[in-house]
Design a protein around this ligand. Structure first.
Ligand SMILES: [Zn+2]
Ligand SMILES: [Zn+2]
Length: 274
């Protein structure tokens, strides 16, 4: 039985004879069903029309994304450490070249995913590399393909490998997580923030939303929660959810400025000169 993949969001569902009637991820207010309706593909037919591309952002950090763009345009990050490699976030297409290349780099010790919009084909990746998938338990209702490899974590942080920590920020999703890599950015620290703290298009700020496609903002309480979760961690670079959403340096100050700007905007106290 094929495990169908939603073409709008990239989420693979449990194997079934026929495509599911609808995609719960797309039906929900944080995503959307395209005007053309819900449609489905399989990993095999996806691989026939697409391939993965790789960009080394810095030593030990490689972005992986699909060409041409598929679904939300998700981009995963391969974090390479002395204790093993972590796949941060996930993308729908897992092709033969990607398996060969990652195996050549030592395979995967773990997969960790920020929130359900990146769950995609996580089970396929886990089986290819024989490693666990770490998801925050607060988002368990959005797991569309259950698997014994999925390990749910609770609480605010999870030390994954030496120098690699998952941080729950919440906000966009209650279990919304980010990855801190202490050795990244030349030892100044890297934060992989996905869209829990989203790098804006101008790459000068971060923003925080319940829904990006449907423009639903978060509350002050939720944004303060993201900021509080990150407060104990040092980092100079932030990698967002797409290849080009990177804050190369000074990211800790960018976070502080961004939280202040957001809170002023929703409180109606933002100073606007024009
Ligand atoms: Zn979907
Ligand atoms: Zn999202």
């Amino acid at each position: 039985m094929p495990a169908f993949i939603c073409t709008a969001c990239g989420t693979q569902h449990a194997p079934s004879d026929a495509p599911p009637a609808e995609c719960a991820i797309c039906q929900e207010e944080r995503q959307y069903v395209p005007p053309t309706g819900q449609s489905w593909t399989t990993l095999q037919s996806l691989a026939a029309r697409h391939f993965n591309s790789f960009r080394q952002h810095e030593d030990g950090l490689i972005g992986i994304g699909t060409q041409p763009n598929f679904a939300i345009g998700q981009r995963a990050l391969l974090v390479c450490t002395a204790a093993g490699n972590v796949l941060w976030d996930c993308i729908a297409l897992l092709d033969a070249a990607t398996v060969t290349l990652i195996r050549g780099l030592g395979g995967l010790q773990a997969i960790a995913i920020s929130h359900p919009h990146f769950y995609t084909t996580m089970v396929e990746w886990s089986r290819a590399f024989d490693c666990p998938i770490h998801l925050h338990a607060a988002d368990r209702a959005w797991i569309m393909r259950a698997d014994p490899a999925i390990e749910l974590w609770n609480g605010d942080t999870l030390p994954l490998l030496p120098g690699v920590t998952l941080i729950r920020g919440g906000g966009h999703f209650p279990g919304g997580a980010m990855l801190h890599w202490a050795a990244g950015a030349g030892g100044r620290g890297v934060l992989c923030s996905s869209d829990i703290a989203t790098v804006t298009t101008d790459r000068k700020f971060l923003t925080f939303m319940r829904s990006y496609p449907n423009f639903i903002p978060l509350s002050a309480r939720e944004v303060n929660g993201v900021a509080a979760a990150l407060a104990p961690f040092g980092f100079d670079t932030i990698y967002g959810h797409y290849f080009d959403r990177v804050i190369a340096s000074g990211a800790k100050e960018v976070l502080e400025r961004s939280v202040a700007r957001y809170l002023a905007a929703i409180a109606g106290t933002a100073r606007r000169d024009e």
